[in-house]
Design a protein around this ligand. Structure first.
Ligand SMILES: [Zn+2]
Ligand SMILES: [Zn+2]
Length: 347
């Protein structure tokens, strides 16, 4: 077994603290890589606190993982020792269901293996994430990274990046489309970058007027303060798509009124409570309310390659792992531009 250093939560009431555990030996189809950086996702905080469902403890969070390969199994073909490597939200899936066969492992019908707070495909071995010094992953769930990329700033692409890239690709958002990005946080700032790169006319919708300057710096063409009734009125019936990254409660009916006929409101954020939606908000203008979750492995690789070719990375703030609780506090207040990344050398 491989002795592994980590930061873990022992239960939902205990702060993260140093912990040592064992990862499996490198199997014939496995890749082991030492973790250099790991992004801090808002879902890390939700999961260690049991906000969504009872978690598996001890829990080692982290699913925006990048590093360098130190060992490969004898049957591994796509990777060699010394290569850069990355892993996102998934480390395995059933591979035989109709969704897995369509490269949609994120929607595996038999339950995929989440990178942490999940179970391997034996449905009993817990998975442990990237707040650790090394990881062993089946090669089919390891992503390639090009040498020379800004590794720390690439890490958030593995969750925040693919979560916004995948729906924009699925709905073929691009030239001639008006895209509104709702919320300018970790997900939102990536959505702006992708929307602009795909050629859409991008508007940021935000409750906070002070984010306008940042939105424009990120490439957004317009900015609407959603607490200003005049600006909201002027934005009615104007967008083809709204990419909704907000994880707090909000009024879907108001946002649906900003869509043009046949517009689509796509949810990627996860508010804590179910929302009230009036049928009239949808049928007047034949509108759709949709959702999308992360992305499959093939598409994640495509996204990483697209980012490398187009110089797209996340805007990050690097932290030492001992400062993770301060980072969580600031993340809860929305005080991060736009993703914390842990320098794993500080573990
Ligand atoms: Zn995430
Ligand atoms: Zn499957």
């Amino acid at each position: 077994m491989i002795e592994t250093k980590a930061y873990a939560a022992q239960d939902e009431n205990t702060p993260l603290a140093p912990w040592t555990f064992e990862r499996r030996e490198v199997g014939p189809h496995d890749v082991q890589f030492d973790i250099l950086y790991c992004g801090v996702c808002h879902s890390d905080l939700h999961q260690i606190k049991n906000d969504w469902f009872p978690g598996i403890f001890p829990m080692v969070p982290g699913h925006e993982i990048v590093g360098r390969i130190v060992k490969v199994g004898e049957h591994v073909k796509g990777f060699k020792v010394g290569d850069l490597a990355a892993t996102g939200c998934l480390v395995d899936s059933c591979r035989v269901c109709e969704n897995c066969k369509r490269d949609l492992e994120q929607y595996c019908l038999n339950g995929n293996s989440q990178t942490y707070n999940g179970l391997e495909q034996d449905h009993k071995t817990p998975t442990y994430g990237g707040y650790s010094n090394t990881i062993v992953v089946n090669e089919d769930f390891v992503l390639h990274l090009k040498e020379g990329v800004d590794l720390a700033a690439v890490a958030p692409l593995l969750c925040a990046g693919i979560t916004t890239y995948s729906p924009l690709r699925h709905w073929k958002v691009g030239k001639g489309h008006k895209l509104a990005v709702l919320g300018l946080g970790g997900l939102g700032h990536m959505a702006v970058k992708f929307g602009v790169a795909f050629g859409a006319d991008v508007t940021v919708l935000s409750t906070s007027p002070k984010k306008e300057e940042d939105a424009k710096k990120l490439g957004a063409h317009h900015f609407v303060v959603t607490t200003d009734p005049k600006q909201v009125e002027a934005a009615k019936n104007s967008f083809d798509f709204i990419l909704d990254t907000v994880s707090a409660e909000h009024d879907f009916n108001m946002y649906l009124s900003l869509l043009r006929t046949d517009g689509v409101h796509i949810c990627v954020g996860v508010p804590p409570k179910p929302a009230q939606i009036a049928a009239f908000s949808l049928l007047g203008g034949r509108k759709s309310l949709a959702g999308s979750g992360i992305g499959g492995i093939k598409e994640t690789q495509e996204m990483l390659d697209f980012c490398a070719e187009n110089n797209i990375v996340s805007d990050i703030e690097m932290i030492d792992i001992k400062d993770i609780h301060t980072a969580y506090d600031r993340m809860e207040k929305g005080d991060v531009r736009y993703r914390f990344v842990i320098d794993m050398a500080t573990l």
